[in-house]
Design a protein around this ligand. Structure first.
Ligand SMILES: *[C@@H]1O[C@H](CO)[C@@H](O)[C@H](O)[C@H]1NC(C)=O
Ligand SMILES: *[C@@H]1O[C@H](CO)[C@@H](O)[C@H](O)[C@H]1NC(C)=O
Ligand SMILES: *[C@@H]1O[C@H](CO)[C@@H](O)[C@H](O)[C@H]1NC(C)=O
Ligand SMILES: *[C@@H]1O[C@H](CO)[C@@H](O)[C@H](O)[C@H]1NC(C)=O
Ligand SMILES: *[C@@H]1O[C@H](CO)[C@@H](O)[C@H](O)[C@H]1NC(C)=O
Ligand SMILES: *[C@@H]1O[C@H](CO)[C@@H](O)[C@H](O)[C@H]1NC(C)=O
Ligand SMILES: *[C@@H]1O[C@H](CO)[C@@H](O)[C@H](O)[C@H]1NC(C)=O
Length: 300
């Protein structure tokens, strides 16, 4: 009986894997850079091997550029986090806004994507190098990775360092825990950019449960329950479906982008006279673990 089960598993795994492998090249080709301008419905997709983005009439070389990398399964609940952040940047109207659009790939099995993250990161790094050579200012890039987007940003940072560029800032929004808990794969860390800041909101469930950046923020303890996510008991029980505490990290970030003032001020865990604002306004001098109580309210 056991043998039959093993055999079946083997057959299933083998066939799924081979169908994936044959389509891998095609899937990687579907990864694009999406340039947003004016509003959330105005955007243009560019192949990673194309640097024609630079000549888009709305692209302004004088502006800093933010590159947002969404998480796994981006078309589902997480797209809410995405809209929140992009809308906030659009309202500021002072950045070039790029999104790594890997929508097709992000619908695949989680483990399948994890295994391909080095390739995705490398392709993104090469795309950026081409854009730098066309005049994009590499000293004014801010990459933001939500969940599984964090290790993608990290890989891009590493690959760029091999090309002699260092990303000035990477922000990790509750960097993904599954597959990254025991150093099986290299999670975003402070060697991947000049400055790495992290917002932890679901540590130990969907988010990494250790400090990995130069500055790590722990709103409401950095773990569930989070005040915005409803009943505490439900949050504790619904590990599988309750992703709200995970995406609260992105809501905090979006709120900080939308705010002119420095909201969400964290207090250094080991030195209460050292404070720093969490999110968009976080200065690159921040260092250590910061605690705060915070809740978000929707923009508008
Ligand atoms: C760039 O990639 C696209 C698909 O993503 C492909 O069709 C095209 O041939 C590639 N162009 C070059 C110059 O490699
Ligand atoms: C979004 O911007 C475009 C111009 O790029 C405009 O035509 C369109 O009406 C705008 N949509 C909304 C919902 O404001
Ligand atoms: C994601 O959602 C958009 C809008 O609903 C849809 O056009 C697109 O095809 C979806 N992508 C995937 C991969 O399901
Ligand atoms: C960077 O280069 C080293 C040495 O050639 C190589 O081992 C490593 O895999 C490269 N890393 C990335 C992310 O490209
Ligand atoms: C993170 O989680 C792992 C596995 O559950 C646990 O062994 C470890 O102590 C946790 N680390 C922290 C800093 O909480
Ligand atoms: C936190 O914010 C959410 C959304 O605005 C709201 O529903 C919730 O009641 C707030 N929680 C607390 C404890 O203030
Ligand atoms: C605590 O933080 C303050 C403000 O940043 C700083 O001036 C002071 O040197 C710090 N103290 C220690 C012991 O690190």
């Amino acid at each position: 009986m056991k043998l039959v089960a093993y055999a079946l598993t083997f057959v299933v795994l083998c066939c799924i894997t081979s169908s994936f492998v044959s389509s891998e090249g095609g899937l990687l080709q579907t990864v694009k850079l999406r340039f947003f301008h004016d509003n959330i419905t105005s955007y243009a997709d560019y192949d990673l091997n194309s640097s024609s983005l630079i000549s888009h009439p709305k692209f302004e070389l004088k502006r800093p550029t933010v590159i947002y990398i969404p998480g796994w399964n981006t078309n589902n609940t997480d797209s809410e986090t995405f809209v929140h952040i992009i809308t906030a940047y659009l309202q500021r109207n002072d950045h070039n806004i790029l999104v790594l659009n890997y929508e097709k790939l992000s619908q695949e099995f989680y483990g399948f994507i994890v295994a391909r993250i080095p390739k995705i990161g490398k392709r993104l790094a090469l795309a950026l190098r081409d854009l730098y050579s066309k005049g994009l200012d590499h000293s004014r890039i801010h990459m933001i990775g939500y969940s599984l987007g964090a290790p993608i940003a990290a890989e891009a940072g590493r690959a760029l360092q091999n090309l002699s560029y260092i990303i000035p800032r990477i922000t990790g929004l509750d960097p993904a825990l599954p597959f990254y808990g025991n150093n099986m794969h290299a999670e975003l860390n402070k060697n991947d950019a000049k400055f790495v800041d992290i917002i932890h909101t679901d540590a130990g469930v969907y988010g990494i449960n250790r400090s990995v950046g130069h500055a790590d923020f722990y709103p409401n303890g950095g773990r569930r329950p989070q005040p915005a996510c409803g009943a505490v008991l439900w949050q504790k029980l619904s590990l599988l479906f309750g992703r709200c505490p995970h995406y609260v990290s992105a809501h905090f970030y979006g709120q900080s982008v939308a705010s002119k003032e420095k909201i969400f001020v964290g207090i250094n865990r080991f030195n209460s006279s050292d404070t720093a604002p969490m999110g968009f306004h976080c200065p690159t001098t921040a260092s250590g673990d910061y605690d705060l109580r915070a809740n978000w309210t929707t923009i508008n």
